[in-house]
Design a binder for this molecule. Structure first.
Ligand code: NAD
Length: 232
């Protein structure tokens, strides 16, 4: 039986692919006001501005490629049962070859109805245009979770993490809730590895080992360690 391993990723794992994080200096929130582009209120006030913001993000994602960190996680599947739980809305884990990816905050390459969340569509090209409608006649919106909206996949993620043998956390400021609370749902003895060059201390978690490096470099070391670990 393979050990179960969950990798919880944030914007930092895609930084080396050229996709900006949110909160680093030079991050996206220095250029944009969250409340103007990533909330239901913003959509109601000026949906064209919201579409434009996500169209630009989508274009950038389509032009980017998975980096060494995304690829290193695929290698772990040879020895572990791996689930990626990501806050990222890009599809770089899938394009690297990870088989089992749960998107907590949605997927930018998809559109959905603004009246029925079960109507989800692939996007042709990089834009959702004003006037593009779902089959119920409402404007299509990006298939992402905005600030102030529920995170429908959260209960599933908590369940996965509760029984995991190893948790790896990569490139997240652990500032966005409820997603960030995931790290407190493991069993008390489960080892947790955190890879982030700017990681805080999180001293309340005694099982935590912090690797203060970029995702590709930190994972290079960690994957080697985990691939050489003896199975129980
Ligand atoms: P965040 O911007 O709050 O934090 C990014 C973290 O990544 C920081 O702690 C930073 O130190 C770290 N980091 C920067 N460069 C790194 C590197 N090379 N290697 C490893 N770590 C690095 O991002 P977050 O915690 O994911 O914020 C949550 C929200 O941001 C989510 O809702 C997510 O949907 C959204 N987001 C997604 C993308 C994407 O899909 N690629 C990009 C930006 C933001």
């Amino acid at each position: 039986m393979k050990k179960e391993l969950v990798v919880f990723t944030g914007a930092g794992i895609s930084a080396e692919s050229g996709i900006k994080t949110f909160r680093d200096s030079n991050g996206l929130w220095e250029e944009y006001d969250i409340s103007e582009v990533a909330t239901p209120e913003a959509w109601n006030k000026n949906y064209k501005l919201v579409l434009d913001f996500y169209n630009k993000r989508r274009k950038q994602v389509l032009e980017a490629s998975p980096n060494a960190a995304h690829k290193a996680l695929v290698k772990l599947e040879e020895k572990y049962k791996v689930t990626i739980v990501t806050q990222n809305i890009d599809d770089l884990h899938e394009r690297a070859g990870s088989k089992n990816v749960l998107h907590l905050h949605g997927e930018i390459i998809k559109a959905r109805s603004s009246v029925d969340p079960t109507l989800i569509y692939p996007i042709q090209g990089w834009e959702i245009k004003p006037g593009q409608k779902c089959e119920k006649g409402s404007q299509l919106r990006p298939h992402v979770v905005w600030f102030g909206e529920e995170v429908p996949e959260m209960p599933k993620a908590f369940k996965i993490v509760e029984k995991v043998d190893i948790l790896i956390v990569i490139g997240t400021s652990l500032n966005v809730f409820p997603a960030a609370s995931l790290i407190y749902y493991t069993r008390p003895s489960t080892p947790i590895f955190l890879i982030d060059p700017n990681a805080g201390n999180l001293e309340q978690l005694p099982v935590l080992k912090i690797i203060r490096k970029k995702a590709s470099e930190g994972l290079n070391e960690l994957v080697e360690l985990l691939m050489n670990e003896h199975a129980d």
